[in-house]
Design a protein around this ligand. Structure first.
Ligand SMILES: [Zn+2]
Length: 250
């Protein structure tokens, strides 16, 4: 087969995934055999769950589309404000349950604090993560690009930041979660729902200052952990308010 050239143009923040040294929005590749557009994209370092729209020579295609001659490929991430080909988007954004890889413990804690359903096992191997993802219909959150490229991954996201608060904001944006934030409804330790409990029922378990300053308490229906609104939550809530503000002004 005669060699041909594909030119990729990365929109939004997709250049995040391009290997250092080749960083840039435009990539040119020479191919000599028919290749699926998914393989072309992932060979450049961009995991398929990050791609919401692919245009080949101006026309929307899905991941299986085979490239066999010169082509211009435009790649758009989820959340691009552009409304072109709205019905041809490749990612569904209704996922609100997650499975998170073992390196993202702080992100897990933040998301649970905001009420989101997050499966997390710090010792889980890749195979187990993918299994939980499929079985429980969860979106995968990981900074491991190879894992995100796995063929069974339908919905997933790689946080760009290494900072847990920033990652939290990213996930809220990526999955359009602003309207679903429900702080203090889920256990940070075991992910089970919390229920309100009368102070009188737990008063002997509280530290003296907690006894004085707090009136509202919740208890985990899974592990029994008791919660009240402390300073960490106030800080995080402020951060979420900032994002809310930021999003509304964009
Ligand atoms: Zn619990």
């Amino acid at each position: 087969m005669k060699a041909f050239t594909v030119r990729l143009n990365l929109h939004g923040d997709l250049d995040f995934f391009v290997r250092s040294g080749a960083r840039g929005r435009r990539i040119e590749r020479s191919l000599d055999e028919k290749t699926s557009v998914k393989d072309v994209i992932e060979a450049c370092g961009v995991p398929h769950p990050e791609i919401d729209l692919i245009l080949v020579n101006g026309q929307p295609v899905d991941f299986d589309y085979a490239i066999a001659s010169d082509a211009d490929i435009e790649l758009y991430p989820v959340g691009t404000r552009s409304t072109i080909f709205k019905e041809k988007r490749l990612q569904i954004s209704t996922d609100r349950a997650f499975v998170v890889d073992g390196h993202l413990g702080k992100l897990t804690r933040n998301l649970r604090l905001l009420g989101f359903d997050v499966a997390y096992d710090p010792n889980a191997e890749d195979r187990q993560l993918l299994c939980t993802m499929k079985r429980e219909n969860r979106a995968l959150l990981t900074r491991d690009r190879r894992l995100l490229m796995h063929a069974v991954v339908r919905t997933g996201y790689s946080p760009r930041s290494q900072n847990a608060d920033e990652q939290t904001v990213e996930v809220i944006r990526r999955f359009d979660l602003l309207g679903f934030i429900s702080p203090f409804t889920r256990c940070l330790r075991c992910n089970a729902p919390l229920q309100e409990i009368a102070k009188a029922d737990i008063i002997e378990k509280l530290e003296p200052l907690t006894k004085i300053y707090y009136e509202q308490f919740r208890r985990c229906t899974g592990c029994g952990q008791i919660y009240w609104a402390g300073s960490h939550f106030t800080k995080l809530q402020r951060r979420v308010e900032e994002v809310r503000k930021h999003l509304s002004t964009r």
